[in-house]
Design a protein around this ligand. Structure first.
Ligand code: URA
Length: 209
C-alpha cells in the first residue's frame, strides 16, 4: 500500500506559511516554492542507493560512498508543476525532465492528456511526478497512468499541499506510488480549491489571473 509522508520539517513549514499568505507577491512566491522543492527533494532522496568507491584523501587511501548511478526523471504536471523543477534539480542536477500536460474535459470532467514528452529511457528511470497541489487527484492519477503506460515502474508523487480526497484517489488508483507532501489540508471547497490551501498555484507562480 502506498505510504504518505508529510514533511513537518520546521523550515518547510515556515516557508509554506508565507507561500499560503495571500499578500505574498509572485517573485517571493516563486522563490519560496523553489526553496521548499529543494528541501523536499533532500527528504525524498533519502532512500537513494549508494556504493563504495576507492579514493585517496591528502592523508590516506580510503573507501567512501557515492550515489550508485540510479537514473532519475522529474515529471512536472503542466503548468504549476514547473515551479518545483529547478528546486529539485539543484540537488539532482543530472535528472532528466519530462512534461505531462492535461486538461479537464468540460463534459466528462475527466483529465485528458494534451502533451507528453518523456526521457527516451523511461523503463530504466525512477520518476518523481510533481504538482504543487493534489486536489481531487484526477491529474495526478492520469499523469501516473500515462507514465506507467510508457513503461515506468518506480514512481513517487510529490506536492506542496494535498486534500484528503486527492490522497485517497492516488492511493486507490496507484497503491505502489508513495506520496510526499508538505501539508495535508482540511478539504476541497465547492470550486475544487484546497482549503485553506494557497489559491491557484499556477496563477500565483506565473503572475496570471
Ligand atoms: N489547483 C490549485 O492550483 N489550487 C487548488 O486549491 C486546487 C487545485
Amino acid at each position: 500500500m502506498a505510504k504518505v509522508y508529510v514533511f513537518d520539517h520546521p523550515l518547510i513549514q515556515h516557508k509554506l506559511t508565507y507561500i499560503r499568505e495571500k499578500d505574498t507577491g509572485t517573485k517571493e512566491f516563486r522563490e519560496l516554492v523553489d526553496e521548499v522543492a529543494t528541501l523536499m527533494a533532500f527528504e525524498i532522496t533519502r532512500d537513494m542507493p549508494l556504493e563504495d568507491i576507492e579514493i585517496e584523501t591528502p592523508v590516506s587511501k580510503t573507501t567512501s560512498k557515492v550515489l550508485s548511478g540510479k537514473k532519475l526523471g522529474i515529471i512536472p504536471i503542466l503548468r504549476a508543476g514547473i515551479g518545483m523543477v529547478d528546486g529539485i534539480l539543484k540537488l539532482i542536477p543530472a535528472a532528466k525532465v519530462g512534461h505531462i500536460g492535461l486538461y479537464r474535459d468540460p463534459e466528462t470532467l475527466q483529465p485528458v492528456e494534451y502533451y507528453v514528452k518523456l526521457p527516451s529511457d523511461v523503463e530504466e528511470r525512477d520518476f518523481i511526478v510533481v504538482d504543487p497541489m493534489l486536489a481531487t487527484g484526477g491529474s495526478a492519477v492520469e499523469a501516473i497512468n500515462s507514465l506507467k503506460k510508457r513503461g515506468a515502474k518506480n514512481i513517487k508523487f510529490m506536492c506542496l499541499i494535498a486534500a484528503p480526497e486527492g490522497v485517497d484517489a492516488v492511493k486507490a488508483a496507484h497503491p505502489d506510488v508513495d506520496i510526499y507532501i508538505a501539508a495535508l489540508d482540511e478539504k476541497l471547497n465547492e470550486k475544487g480549491y484546497i482549503v485553506p490551501g494557497l489559491g491557484d498555484a499556477g496563477d500565483r507562480l506565473f503572475g496570471t489571473k
